[in-house]
Design a protein around this ligand. Structure first.
Ligand SMILES: [Zn+2]
Length: 318
């Protein structure tokens, strides 16, 4: 009896992570290559196709045995047409990635938002196993999210659901990449933490932070701020605390809106650890309705750096 296989692709601005898995999601082979973003979309799509062919060869599987290739990409996307409408990291506009890959590989291709894929991955294989209503939030350079409602990935009416990073938590707050003010992403992301620290340095403060960045404000990032905070620097600790409190407000909002069983938090900023979790717990405790907050477990993501590719495999399994 022929065995069916699946391919998952996590397409990012810096790397393309591809895995070949059996129909029940067991990964058989995987590979990670740098994205040659500067060479343009046609070249990058060629990179994906070449990677898929290489994995097929490595495992000794024919293209006919692959049921589907699922690709997770930063949005916004037109999921039904398989078009990446805009990707700031890749500098792509309206790239019909589904059509182009299907032409090259003659295998069915589906696409979805990378945070949706990671949410599905956590739900099927990670921290969210066994839940029914799960919210996934990733806090790194930006803030992304994905919703599992009634055991299904929820896309909304035009594939735009789950953008928790662009919910407004501070009217007239800092300008966000999306053009609005006071988005969660503009207050809690790694980029926001670095921006606050640079503002502090510009005002003449933040000596410890600046020292840790080798004296160059351009080198300040959330890792530098977190390290200064961990050493007891009160200015750095305040910046981390503020970011985590806004995150807690965002989590309290989704708990009140959706009454989930679980909120899964992943991404680089969550690796700062206890100072961030403390701020989130305190805000949720004081702002979310008691029955809903008592029901919602708030837990760290389990899949780490592989969440994207495992999520893409989970998408392929749907
Ligand atoms: Zn925004």
């Amino acid at each position: 009896m022929p065995v069916d296989y699946l391919i998952g692709v996590d397409l990012g601005g810096t790397k393309i992570h591809t895995a070949l898995a059996t129909g029940n999601g067991d990964i058989v082979a995987e590979t990670r290559i740098p994205t040659k973003t500067a060479r343009g979309s046609a070249f990058v799509i060629g990179q994906i196709a070449a990677t898929v062919r290489q994995l097929l060869k490595q495992v000794g599987v024919s293209p006919a045995s692959i049921k589907v290739i699922a690709l997770g990409s930063p949005g916004p996307l037109d999921i039904s047409r398989g078009v990446i409408q805009f990707s700031p990291n890749l500098h792509w506009h309206d790239v019909p990635v589904k059509l182009l890959l299907e032409e090259q590989l003659s295998i069915k291709v589906i696409i979805d938002n990378d945070a949706n894929a990671a949410a599905l991955g956590e739900y099927m294989f990670g921290a969210g196993k066994g839940t029914k209503n799960m919210v996934y939030i990733t806090v790194s350079t930006g803030v992304g999210g994905g919703l599992i409602l009634g055991g299904q990935l929820y896309h909304g009416s035009s594939d735009g659901a789950g953008e928790i990073g662009h919910t407004i938590v501070l009217p007239d707050g800092p300008l966000c990449n999306c053009g609005a003010r006071g988005c969660l992403e503009a207050l809690s992301s790694g980029t926001a933490i670095a921006r606050e620290a640079r503002c502090l340095v510009n005002r003449g403060g933040g000596k410890n932070i600046l020292n840790r960045a080798g004296g160059d404000p351009g080198e300040i990032n959330s890792v530098v701020v977190a390290a200064a905070a961990a050493e007891g620097d009160p200015e750095a600790a305040l910046i981390i605390d503020q970011a985590s409190r806004y995150l807690g407000i965002g989590v309290a909002n989704v708990i009140n809106l959706l009454n989930p069983d679980m909120v899964v938090l992943g991404g680089g900023v969550m690796e700062i650890g206890e100072p961030v979790w403390r701020g989130i717990r305190q805000e949720v405790q004081s702002r979310a309705f008691q029955p809903s907050r008592e029901r919602a477990q708030i837990v760290p993501a389990a899949l780490g750096q592989r969440s994207g590719v495992i999520g893409a495999i989970a998408l392929a399994m749907q």
